[in-house]
Design a protein. Structure first.
Length: 166
């Protein structure tokens, strides 16, 4: 796994370490409100493109993916994103990224007042699973990963950082 030599391991305690595997700048289309379901409001955040770096390569986020989120009554969103990336060597990798985006009470107040919440007021974690073809990225199928969802300060985009749990 030479592609990780530039990303030092970070100790998580209990013998666990992690290393940054991938950063994705995901571009989003207009949010589609799909009505209320039994679990909450159904939302579609269309993934219309973007770029990534990591895994010893770089590439694009293929348009056509989506995050079909459920927004609960408490403002928490259950993330369920499915999308594809295309590496510089033309490999397609499918990412199934599930998680949670939860604002704290101060973030909820900011949202009520029409303001953006601060990054420190949001808990946003995911557990991506990769689906690859045989070849140089097949090792992605053999590890546990976790991720963060961050505001990159760019409209209609999110920054996703994915870490390999070693």
């Amino acid at each position: 796994m030479a592609e990780h030599k530039n990303n030092p391991d970070i100790s998580l305690g209990n013998g666990f370490t992690s290393s940054l595997a991938l950063q994705l700048m995901v571009e989003l289309g207009p949010t589609e409100y799909m009505g209320k379901g039994v679990e909450g409001n159904r939302l579609n955040y269309p993934i219309i493109g973007g770029t990534f770096e990591g895994l010893g390569t770089e590439g694009i986020i293929v348009p056509g993916g989506a995050d079909f989120a459920i927004e609960r009554e408490d403002g928490t969103q259950i993330v369920s994103a499915l999308y594809r990336i295309k590496t510089a060597d033309n490999q397609i990798i499918i990412i199934d990224n599930r998680g949670i985006w939860r604002p704290d009470e101060s973030a909820k107040a900011r949202i009520q007042n029409g303001q953006e919440p601060l990054a420190s007021q949001i808990y946003a974690r995911t557990t991506p699973i990769f689906h690859t073809q045989p070849g140089p990225y097949a090792w992605l199928n053999d590890y546990i990963f976790f991720g963060t969802i961050e505001d990159p300060g760019k409209p209609s985009a999110v920054l996703i950082k994915i870490y390999r749990l070693n």
